[in-house]
Design a protein around this ligand. Structure first.
Ligand SMILES: *Cc1c(COP(=O)(O)O)cnc(C)c1O
Ligand SMILES: [Zn+2]
Length: 446
């Protein structure tokens, strides 16, 4: 079969064939983007095809490789992601098909009635990174890679480790080593990576050092790089936006809001909307709002200056998944913000933790970085950028159990913050239990 996908350098236009395992331009070092042969259908016919696959997936499949590929919320959109992949090529758990919640308490906290929460923490390893990793490992196998590697703030490692195990390809992850006794990677993510069996390197440096090292090493050591600079990962991550549109019966919301670190996801959401408009899946695109942590906000600073120069900062935030000072996908994310009338803002760690407490207390929960999106919605609503009547889909990127350390530190008796729920130590007596039951019921007005 001829290639249905071309890899093209976004900087100089150089072309690489579909299965070339390099992940940056050999001529100029620029990032690669994929161009696919156009699908045979568009508009209503293409929507119908995607909707039929959704019904088919809901009907259930045996979870063999082909069944997983057909049930996946990523591969449902395969014409837009990797049109040349066959069921036999695909490495899928399956992933995607995550819920779109409406929680009145969270909407009220943010001040936007129409707030929807696209919870990608419901993916197999608990974060949206699975959407990109299913495509990256599929490509690694098609390209005959001898190993795959990534630098990570944690979730990419967990996803790599799980999908590498599924694909039968050795995986290596580079994460920042503990510094001054403090873990630099959230406990749940590190535990998953070890459990799924990826070789784990604790690098004496920060995330940006890990990424530089793995980029240098991958090329020389013949290891396939699956960081978000890998264009196949971006293709898979497009599916989160496509799923939102499909869940809303292809009536686009006014906004898609998401946390922003290395900016792969901002790039991917933009690329998906570009496809959706071009192919007539929707008739108007939502606006995009990318939310950074105030202590890791180079992109928000750049936005305020119309992206005149690329900013770098020394990152510091409780939201470790977006603790990135020198984002790799800056150029393509800046293009997306311009194209979709987007905005970029930043929120403090206190705002992030307060948003997280509201999401957690609604019974769904998320990791700190994910809550940045909801904190950003509140910020933008207060500024009048998002209007109270707007339909807003905020992406929750990771599961509440990813970062138990932050949770236990929040819910301390001596911590003065909203919704603190410190554990209560009691004697093993019925009296003691009765006092707590009475007080708890009274506080709830029951
Ligand atoms: C990776 C990650 C992000 C940031 O996505 P980028 O593509 O790096 O901008 C946000 N939240 C979570 C939970 C993540 O794992
Ligand atoms: Zn180039």
């Amino acid at each position: 079969m001829p290639d249905l996908t071309l890899q093209r350098c976004a900087s100089c236009g150089a072309e690489l064939p579909e299965r070339d395992a390099r992940t940056s331009c050999p001529a100029c070092g620029g990032l690669l983007a994929l161009e696919h042969a156009p699908p045979a259908e568009r508009g209503a016919a293409l929507r119908d095809r995607f909707d039929a696959r959704l019904r088919d997936a809901a009907a259930g499949h045996v979870a063999d490789a082909a069944g997983a590929a057909r049930a996946s919320g990523v591969w449902r959109f395969r014409e837009l992601i990797m049109p040349g992949a066959t069921d036999a090529d695909i490495v899928s758990q399956p992933e995607g098909n995550t819920p779109l919640f409406h929680r009145p308490s969270v909407a009220a906290w943010a001040g936007v009635d129409g707030l929807l929460l696209k919870h990608d923490g419901f993916n197999p390893t608990g974060s949206f990174k699975d959407r990109g990793m299913t495509v990256a490992l599929t490509q690694a196998r098609r390209a005959g890679a001898r190993a795959v590697a990534c630098a990570s703030t944690g979730n990419t490692s967990a996803a790599l480790a799980a999908y590498a195990a599924l694909a039968g390809v050795p995986g290596l992850v580079l994460v920042p080593a503990p510094k001054g006794g403090a873990q630099q990677v959230a406990l749940g993510k590190l535990a998953q990576t070890l459990a799924y069996g990826a070789r784990t390197l604790l690098v004496r440096g920060d995330f940006d050092d890990c990424l530089r090292l793995v980029r240098e090493g991958a090329e020389r050591l013949g290891v396939y790089l699956v960081n978000s600079i890998n264009p196949y990962r971006i293709e898979g991550q497009k599916s989160v936006a496509l799923e939102i549109l499909q869940q809303l019966a292809w009536n686009a919301p006014d906004w898609i809001v998401l946390p922003a670190g290395n900016l792969g996801n901002t790039s991917a959401v933009g690329a998906a909307l570009r496809d959706a408009v071009r192919l007539g899946l929707i008739d108007r695109a939502p606006r995009i709002a990318s939310i950074q942590a105030a202590g890791a906000n180079p992109f928000a600073s750049g936005y305020r200056e119309n992206f005149a120069t690329q900013h770098r900062v020394k990152a510091e935030t409780v939201a470790t998944a977006i603790k990135i000072g020198d984002p790799a996908s800056w150029d393509r994310a800046a293009a997306v913000i311009r194209e979709f009338d987007g905005v970029v803002t930043d929120v403090s760690d206190a705002e992030i933790l307060e948003a997280k407490a509201a999401i957690d207390a609604a019974g769904i929960g998320c990791e700190p970085a994910s809550a940045a999106s909801v904190a950003g919605v509140r910020r933008l609503a207060r500024e009048g950028v998002i209007r109270a009547g707007d339909r807003v889909a905020a992406i929750l990127t990771g599961h509440v159990l990813k970062d138990p350390g932050v949770l236990l530190d929040y819910h301390r008796a001596d911590h003065d913050a909203p919704l603190v729920n410190a554990p209560v130590e009691v004697d093993a007596t019925l009296d003691a239990l009765a006092r707590v039951v009475d007080a708890t019921a009274a506080a709830a007005g029951r």
